[in-house]
Design a protein around this ligand. Structure first.
Ligand SMILES: [Zn+2]
Length: 403
């Protein structure tokens, strides 16, 4: 039913009822850049041509979209998918009334340290395949469940096999063996651990929040990462008002992630910066926490991204369509804003201009929806709407029974 086809040199997708390009210069004049009755040619991994179906050139392979909708592939800019074990009992307890404190990370750390690299790799590959089935074509993957030099490097080695956007998150939490020596752990993260991990990472991240790392510790971690050639991003302002977002802006982080608790000053700082606010609605859903206020951020002029935060403790989903549906219902985003945030917004949060947009010369990463319009992503929550996924011009998922 699914799977990678043999590579083809060029593919024409024709009969697209609604093509969302995210190219505001094209189409209907909105940020979605919508074309109707459109076609696309994919060649050598890139988009080679976009235009009217009636004017489409020939290609080696032809796919008829049958009037359905095509969108850019989702850019999931925040995941933690290299781990072992699962925490369904903790989820059930939380749903029975226990609050999330961040302490459950230690459970996954213990399971991950005990797992073989082959087992970690198999688990991560399974989750990436699941993400592709719901339309994700670019994924960021963090370490953070090893928390020793050897284990963090092992996680990043696995992540590196699956994506270019790997993130060193040694500063996810202080591991139990350093409970009485926080300074010693920060010294390790900014010293030997960073040195071992930097070759496998593009980004450095830190969890700056109550129960995690404070402002000075977080600044030290990010500055050390920057000095080692990594680019900064940050988890912050999830559990309470705090210094995270301001620190992210101070260091020109690509993204400040969570952003549930923001002051007016935080909003202004974000709006005047190149730092994206990445919102994680499935995490708020799974921790039964108040949702981040996307409406307030967008109205203040902040660039917003949506991501899954896929992890075994607080957001065990790979589904960007679920995130879109939650963001529209619970964060007061429009369906159009949510789709842009899940594609072009994610690309901005990873400082990439090759994905998140369907235009000539960009990567041929796109999704055929089994729906006439992108609005169905929020209008039909829970339905498996992804009929096909193309990554670098190759069809990597196909729900053949629907055509
Ligand atoms: Zn996270």
């Amino acid at each position: 039913m699914t799977g990678r086809r043999d590579d083809v040199a060029s593919t024409l997708i024709t009969g697209i009822g609604e093509l969302v390009t995210n190219d505001a210069a094209r189409g209907d004049g909105t940020p979605l850049g919508i074309l109707h009755d459109a076609a696309i040619v994919l060649e050598q991994g890139a988009v080679a041509w976009v235009g009217a179906s009636s004017e489409a050139p020939a290609a080696d392979e032809r796919v008829d979209a049958g009037g359905r909708c095509v969108i850019p592939g989702f850019v999931d800019s925040h995941t933690h998918i290299v781990f072992a074990g699962e925490r369904s009992a903790e989820f059930a307890a939380r749903m029975a009334g226990e609050p999330y404190t961040g302490g459950g990370i230690a459970t996954t750390v213990a399971a991950t340290r005990a797992a073989s690299t082959a087992r970690l790799r198999a688990g991560a590959e399974r989750l990436v395949a699941e993400a592709v089935e719901s339309g994700t074509t670019t994924i960021e993957i963090k370490s953070g469940y090893g928390l020793t030099t050897v284990d963090e490097a092992r996680l990043l080695l696995v992540a590196r096999e699956l994506t270019e956007d790997t993130t060193f998150l040694g500063a996810h939490t202080v591991p139990p063996e350093y409970a009485n020596d926080r300074a010693g752990y920060v010294a390790l993260v900014t010293g030997d651990m960073l040195e071992a991990c930097a070759p496998f990472a593009r980004w450095v991240d830190v969890f700056c929040d109550r129960g995690a790392f404070d402002e000075d510790e977080a600044r030290a971690v990010l500055r050390a990462g920057i000095a080692a050639g990594l680019r900064p991003r940050l988890h912050g302002n999830q559990l309470e008002h705090g210094p995270g977002v301001r620190l992210a802006v101070e260091l020109d982080a690509a993204s400040a992630d969570h952003c549930n608790h923001l002051t007016g000053a935080d909003l202004s700082a974000l709006a005047d910066s190149d730092t994206v606010a990445t919102l994680l609605p499935a995490s708020d859903f799974s921790t039964r926490a108040p949702y981040a206020d996307a409406r307030r951020l967008i109205d203040a002029g902040v660039t917003v991204a949506l991501a899954t935060d896929c992890n075994p403790g607080t957001s065990f989903t790979t589904s960007m369509p679920l995130c879109i549906a939650l963001a529209v219902r619970e964060m007061r985003m429009t369906p159009a804003e949510a789709l842009v945030a899940a594609t072009a917004g994610g690309a901005r949060a990873l400082r990439r201009d090759d994905v998140g947009v369907i235009a000539e010369g960009r990567r041929a990463d796109l999704v055929l929806l089994d729906a006439p319009s992108h609005v169905h992503l929020a209008y039909r929550p829970g339905a498996a709407l992804v009929a096909g996924t193309w990554k670098r011009g190759q069809r990597v998922f196909w729900r053949s029974t629907r055509t």
